[in-house]
Ligand binder design. Structure first.
Ligand code: GDP
Ligand code: IMO
Ligand code: MG
Length: 413
């Protein structure tokens, strides 16, 4: 089945993020030549568990653990360089060299500390004016993309500039941040971080991402695209304004990497067997109280980036149908089935009526699915639940997650 994914495969979140994209990427990376991230920044937190050890990735793809594979950070990304340097150092401590196989797009934008400060100021304003903010990760994502859209951002190509020019560029931006948002940028500190990054990474900035990707394809290299954030957080198609500031879909990922849409050979939608959301915004299948708490505890639903408790609820068929239509999924990876093992009943949202979700209730299986690797070994009720998702979406659940570990995955042929 994995061989049928073809030369360019995208892995895209179907809900509001944290579906478990990192884990399937880590599993698939072994079968691809190159791993690439296209969009977003250190708002992402992708967790993988290998040999009992947990690794969390924010900017580097979760596929980076596979030694020797080239890793691409695309033009659609916004990159906080100190975080990238920290991730590189953490991998080095585990004996994994990434620098020599890293390809950075010159067109990716740089996130500075003042972007984070502006993020915080804007959240505070929204909370004052509207009673609640978006609940951003405060990683400076929105403000960095604001600068990008306003054509006032700094891109990774700047790592080729001289110290003098970088200082001038930073000073201009510091003035703007202060005039527009009352945020004081520390030019000396930003400059020293830039110079630190320049020293290690200048040689890793590609001439041109489109040419890099074209060259890889011409050499028949296979490419695995690691989506970040998720479909319902997409700036165009998500639950605006409670979204992120990037394009989180398959189309957004291709754009972010400079790949022509027609090269995508397969796309895997990742959805939890239930649903979570961090931050504000609609969540029709949300459950609070003891049931919500139980899902949170069993699923370990605390943000990989911010540590915030995630809001929890049931799977929504209309939402994943929407994501499937928008992204053109060929396969599902339904994750965290094991988290539902102790539920008496498993409700699934099937349709909205007068602003309320209608549910179909599945009998629980009350049996451990932890670590199961074959569909036939799943309890009958768990199989019925999966079959229902497949029938309602018309997409096969080719991958089913049954635990945190790399090995805990059903791969169906
Ligand atoms: P991502 O942002 O989509 O990569 O997902 P996160 O890493 O933020 O959150 C997913 C969490 O669920 C991580 O802690 C994973 O280790 C964990 N996880 C992934 N798949 C499974 C699974 O099938 N079962 C269980 N119990 N945990 C899983
Ligand atoms: P991964 O890749 C879950 C959410 C934030 C907030 C909104 C806007 O790990 O699935 P931002 O900081 O991007 O301006 O915040 O988007 N958000 C995520 N939620 N997983 C993510 O990434 C997210 N990235 C952003 O919680 O509601
Ligand atoms: Mg995450």
């Amino acid at each position: 089945m994995i061989a049928s994914l073809g030369p360019v495969c995208g892995v895209i979140g179907a809900q509001w993020g944290d579906e478990g994209k990192g884990k399937i990427i880590d599993i698939l990376a072994e079968h691809f030549d190159v791993v690439a991230r296209a969009c977003g920044g250190a708002n992402a937190g992708h967790t993988i568990v290998v040999g009992g050890k947990k690794h969390v990735f924010h900017l580097l793809p979760a596929g980076s653990l596979h030694a020797g594979k080239p890793v691409v950070l695309g033009a659609g990304m916004v990159i906080h360089l100190p975080t990238l340097l920290e991730e590189i150092a953490t991998l080095k401590d585990s004996g994994i060299d990434i620098v020599s196989r890293l390809h950075l797009s010159p067109a990716a934008h740089i996130v500075f500390e003042y972007h984070k400060d502006i993020d915080a100021v804007m959240e505070e304003r929204r909370t004052k004016q509207k009673g609640q903010g978006i609940g951003t990760t405060k990683r400076g994502i929105g403000p960095a993309y604001m600068d990008k859209a306003a054509r006032s951002g700094m891109r990774l190509e700047s790592l080729r500039s001289s110290e003098k020019d970088l200082k001038k560029e930073l000073t201009e931006r510091a003035t703007m941040a202060e005039e527009m948002f009352g945020v004081k940028a520390d030019v000396t500190k930003e400059l020293s971080e830039l110079l630190r990054a320049k020293k290690l990474l200048e040689s890793r900035v590609s001439e041109n991402t489109v040419a890099l990707m074209g060259d890889l394809l011409q050499k028949k290299k296979t490419i695995l695209i690691e989506g970040a954030q998720a479909t319902l957080l997409d700036l165009d198609h998500g639950t605006y304004p409670y979204v992120t500031s990037s394009y989180t879909t398959a189309a957004g990922a291709l754009q972010g990497l400079g790949l022509a849409p027609k090269v995508l050979s397969s796309c895997i939608g990742v959805a939890k067997a239930y649903c979570t959301r961090v931050g504000s915004g609609r969540f029709p299948t949300e459950v609070t109280g003891t049931t919500g708490d139980r899902l949170r505890e069993r699923g370990g639903e605390y943000g990989a980036t911010t540590g915030r408790p995630r809001r929890c609820g049931w799977l929504s068929i209309p939402d994943i149908q929407f994501a499937a239509a928008l992204n053109g999924f060929d396969h599902w990876n339904i994750t965290k089935l094991d988290v539902l093992d102790e539920e008496e009943v498993v409700p699934v949202g099937i349709a909205m009526k007068n602003g309320k979700m209608i549910y179909k209730e599945f009998p629980g299986w009350k049996e451990s699915t932890a670590g199961v690797t074959s569909f036939a070994d799943l309890p009958k009720n768990a199989q019925a639940f999966i079959r229902f998702v497949e029938k309602e979406t018309g997409i096969p659940a080719s991958f089913i997650g049954t635990g945190q570990a790399r090995e805990a995955m059903i791969v169906r042929s």
